[in-house]
Write a protein that binds this ligand. Sequence first.
Ligand SMILES: [Zn+2]
Length: 258
Amino acid sequence: MRVTVIGCSGSFPGPDSPASCYLLEAEGFRLVMDFGNGALGVLQRHAGLYDLDAICLSHLHADHCVDLGAYWVARQYAPGGPRPSVPVYGPPGTAERVAGFGGEGTEAVLARFGFTDLAPGAFEVGPFLITVDHVNHPVETFGFRVEHHGWRLAYSADTGESDALVRLAEGADLLLCEASFLDGPDVRPNLHLTARQAAAHASRAGVGQLVLTHLVPWNDRERTLAEAAGPYPGPLSLATSGLVLGPGAPSTLPRADG
Ligand SMILES: [Zn+2]
């Protein structure tokens, strides 16, 4: 499996990255996980516009799904006619949410995307075995575990502290974990993780590598890394747009504390 970080900016796009989006590739199959603001643009550096085989959405906050509306336009009005339907896995209500972005109604959206409602459990998408479970966020949100040939990726989506996230990430080779907050008195529970909490989840799950993501542009990146370095002893880094991860990619990354 090859994992490319398309967008890792938290809550809204930053100067160097779109909002949440990850491209997962194996055996020629391309799966996009989340589709936040600006992702469709950068995604075209890494995959052909019409070469996506499936899309998974963790939840329906705009910074995780709004560019699916843009992708609908790209498929609906393609030169030579509309492109075939693509499978989209998301929370119940995804079709209506995407229709709201395009303004042409749910039926028009249903013509270009085939929606499947996510529910806790495991299912296969192309060569991937995907397990999802509810995590701890104000709207229905799914964390992911994606496996291919024994290699295991976990993705937190947006979450506050969550035992389900630890279960999904148990023994994973790589955890892409959100770290929206820094330590401080104004951290709100049941919304997002601090970098320190993300690292504690990674440690509890015993993951092989932790990459912090959903990095909000107003946070200091070095402080994010430093606050995670204590609770997680393994390879730790911050996501950047264009970062490639997975078997064959460099697995030993520099520690925050050297
Ligand atoms: Zn969210």
